[in-house]
Ligand binder design. Structure first.
Ligand SMILES: [Zn+2]
Length: 58
């Protein structure tokens, strides 16, 4: 797994580039969704995290 989506915020994070602002350890288990590519995450409706990926469309 390379990307972690938060279904609460609908943001996706790059696990290998985690920043403290991502607060990945604050994401509840039931809100986590893992992805292997950003394309998959975008197709599932997730937007990029501003801190670890950037180029957010919001
Ligand atoms: Zn992030």
């Amino acid at each position: 797994m390379k990307y972690l989506g938060n279904k609460n915020t609908m943001e996706v994070h790059d696990i290998d580039n985690e920043k403290k602002q991502c607060q990945l350890n604050e994401i509840k288990e039931e809100h986590k969704e893992g992805f292997y590519t950003l394309q998959q995450a975008h197709a599932a409706g997730f937007d990029n995290c501003h801190w670890c990926i950037g180029n957010s469309k919001r």
